[in-house]
Design a protein around this ligand. Structure first.
Ligand SMILES: CSCCC(=O)C(=O)COP(=O)(O)O
Ligand SMILES: [Mg+2]
Length: 234
């Protein structure tokens, strides 16, 4: 196995519980939605979010809100929805109502990988890059803002779908100083792990409390860790 020079991290189910996204972030976005649409509908600041929605859903505030509710009830990872969610969460993070509960091993291990092992840490999530930056800028740890520890951010807009091999190739190609075999991708999602491996990355499944049950086949096929501490030094 080649040494690991870049750790690429998924977010939901890997660095923080799925319940934070489903039970805290999503309800916050749905609550903020009608007021935000009313206040910002015609503002230049909101224009790009509205324009990104398909025309048939962007004609009125009611149509857009109904579409957002429908997509979120199905937890669809569509770029224009993820981008709007980030916009809706911004006030909550900035006023202290939202704080990302990172699993206890995450921040200490990221610090160790960076400072002791000289590795870069990067993020690849279905959540938009602005939403990722809000989350890592407002965690429940000390320091709360760990953005300075992160070297790059990828989402479905700048990299592509997380279950596509080509997305991992694209991410690695942006940092050609690190051969793809020296990347380690950590995710709760088996299909994402498989895509990363097909691209040539090393990749493990992260099995956190509250994640979907892993099949016996997935456990046989891939390394599964419950905590970043299990990975230890790179
Ligand atoms: C960083 S935004 C909050 C999480 C989110 O909306 C999401 O879709 C996370 O998906 P992931 O790819 O990190 O499992
Ligand atoms: Mg995930």
């Amino acid at each position: 196995m080649a040494p690991v020079k870049v750790v690429l991290l998924d977010i939901e189910g890997t660095v923080c519980p799925i319940s934070f996204v489903k039970d805290v972030l999503f309800p916050y976005a749905l609550e903020a939605l009608p007021g935000t649409l009313k206040a910002k509908w015609d503002s230049p600041e909101f224009a790009s979010y509205r324009a990104a929605f398909p025309g048939e859903h962007a004609g009125s505030q009611e149509a857009l809100a109904a579409h957002v509710r429908d997509l979120m009830s199905k937890d669809l990872k569509i770029s224009y929805l993820k981008s709007l969610q980030g916009y809706l969460w911004e006030t909550g993070y900035r006023n202290g109502e939202l704080k990302a509960p990172l699993f206890a091993d995450v921040a200490p291990q990221l610090a160790r990988w960076r400072e002791h092992n000289g590795a870069k840490v990067m993020i690849y999530s279905s959540g938009s890059v602005p939403a990722q930056k809000l989350l890592f800028g407002h965690t429940n740890g000390e320091p709360s803002n760990i953005l300075p520890w992160l070297s790059d951010f990828f989402d479905t807009v700048n990299a592509g779908p997380k279950q596509d091999k080509a997305s991992y190739e694209k991410i690695a190609a942006k940092h050609q100083e690190y051969p793809i075999g020296e990347w380690l991708f950590l995710s709760d999602n088996v299909k994402e792990v498989e895509a990363a491996k097909q691209a040539g990355m090393q990749s493990y499944i992260v099995d956190r409390p509250g994640n979907a049950e892993l099949s016996g086949e997935a456990r046989k096929e891939h390394r599964v860790v419950k905590s970043f501490e299990e990975i230890g030094d790179l």
